[in-house]
Design a binder for this molecule. Structure first.
Ligand code: KG4
Ligand code: ZN
Length: 401
């Protein structure tokens, strides 16, 4: 770390139903050449468990995070070219401190104490952890895990905003190529909990210029999927059905004939806000009027719903681009995995002659790599704290707050 400023961060993401860890490396000495190298990453998705209940229950999700963090860490530290060294202090004082830090995560506490004798000191310089927004019980588990590791390894902690992670997810490179964001930039963040337009004048500066007044767009996808009898999470399901409908001819006319035209909420409102709960309700009323909800009808409705979402997101983003001086359009969040939404926004960026920054499909949904990148950028900006400093979860954390 002398002249090159090469540093490695361990990142921890537990804000919702994905338990994820990553090791990301960057040389932070050059302003313009921040290349983020992914040393390793692990992710355990709880979707199968939550699918049984049709959604995420925070207490159940927290328990899953507790169970999976140590096994994932164990796997992550086995990455090739990444070796631990030295025997850690095993004094009773260490054990007492860990016991205290993890007093509210009993399963994790037990596993951590058992794992402690196998844990060396890896070449990590800092630990980034999601502190919000998200489900608070889940966030606390990640935070306390970070505090326990930071204590035994004597490392600083970088508190990280999950939504900032989604923004920086566009900087992750898979084949070593250079990726950058040219500012000022506009970000459209669309996930299960958020739908917002964020103006970023420069790196790290955020102004929320539009947001949903009720449901997030991912939430609307999930709820509509449930109305159509499809499993959780609904986004990919609706996407797939809509694609099938698109392939079969004549859908426009069928939608018109059957009066399945859905509303485009707030399309012409003067502000940059969104609303998706009315759209979901419109699907519900439409379905109630249909005596036999066949697969064909489900496909048509999925397509019409997806097109309504595409139109609203694209129109509002366009309106923001006309109002704000912008050089790039950044899109992020689980919903951006949707092909129609990606395509429409990419066309929009082209129309404005600006750069389109989009994460790979696998980095659109929650992961720890994006957190590691955000953590490294914040570390460079001096936003780290000592392992024993106060750290709290904030389920409603806002960008720019
Ligand atoms: O960012 P994310 O993984 O978690 C949150 O931070 O919320 O986003 C999850 C959301 C879910 O609502 C899921 O249904 C939606 O992203 N999603 C999609 C697609 N893939 C995931 N929505 C539409 N189309 C998709 N292909
Ligand atoms: Zn997310």
């Amino acid at each position: 770390q002398v002249s090159s400023n090469l540093m490695i961060i361990l990142s921890i993401e537990t804000s919702c139903d994905e338990t994820a860890l990553a090791l990301v490396e960057a040389d932070l000495s050059h302003e313009s050449e921040q290349k983020f190298k992914i040393i390793g990453h692990e992710l355990y998705s709880q979707t199968e468990l939550h699918a049984k209940y049709g959604g995420v229950f925070p207490v159940m999700a927290k328990r899953e995070h507790e169970k999976n963090l140590i096994p994932l860490l164990n796997k992550l530290l086995e990455e090739p070219n990444f070796s631990e060294s030295g025997i850690l202090n095993q004094e009773s004082e260490t054990k007492e401190k860990i016991t205290k830090i993890l007093e509210r995560e009993s399963e994790l506490q037990k596993q951590f104490l058992e794992y402690l004798p196998n844990l060396g000191k890896p070449p990590i310089d800092a630990i980034a952890v999601t502190v919000g927004p998200g489900l608070e019980p889940c966030l606390w588990t990640g935070i306390n895990f970070a505090r326990a590791l930071a204590y035994i390894w004597d490392l600083p902690i970088v508190p990280t905003n999950h939504m900032e992670g989604h923004i920086f997810s566009v900087l992750a490179t898979e084949h070593g190529e250079q990726k950058t964001i040219t500012y000022p930039a506009l970000s459209l963040l669309v996930s299960g909990g958020h739908t917002e337009l964020v103006y970023c004048k420069s790196q790290g500066s955020y102004e929320i210029i539009g947001r949903t007044k009720d449901d997030a767009v991912g939430e609307a996808f999930d709820k509509v999927a449930r109305i159509l009898g499809l499993p959780y999470p609904g986004g990919p399901q609706i996407s797939a059905l809509a694609d099938e409908a698109r392939r079969s001819a004549n859908h426009e006319s069928r939608i018109m004939n059957h009066e399945w035209k859905l509303p485009r909420p707030m399309l012409h409102s003067k502000d940059l806000n969104f609303s998706f709960s009315g759209l979901k309700t419109a699907v519900l009323y439409t379905v109630k009027k249909i005596p036999d909800l066949t697969l064909e009808i489900k496909k048509m409705l999925a397509l019409e719903f997806e097109e309504a979402v595409v139109e609203v997101l694209t129109t509002k983003t366009k309106s923001a681009l006309t109002q704000y001086e912008t050089k790039s359009l950044i899109v992020g969040g689980g919903v951006i995995a949707n092909k129609s939404i990606r395509t429409s926004l990419s066309k929009l960026a082209k129309e404005f002659g600006i750069e389109f920054c989009v994460p790979t499909k696998s980095l659109s949904t929650d992961n720890a790599i994006m957190l590691g990148i955000a953590g490294l950028i914040n570390f460079k900006a001096g936003k780290s704290q000592r392992a024993d400093a106060e750290l709290r979860a904030n389920g409603n954390l806002n960008l720019g707050a």
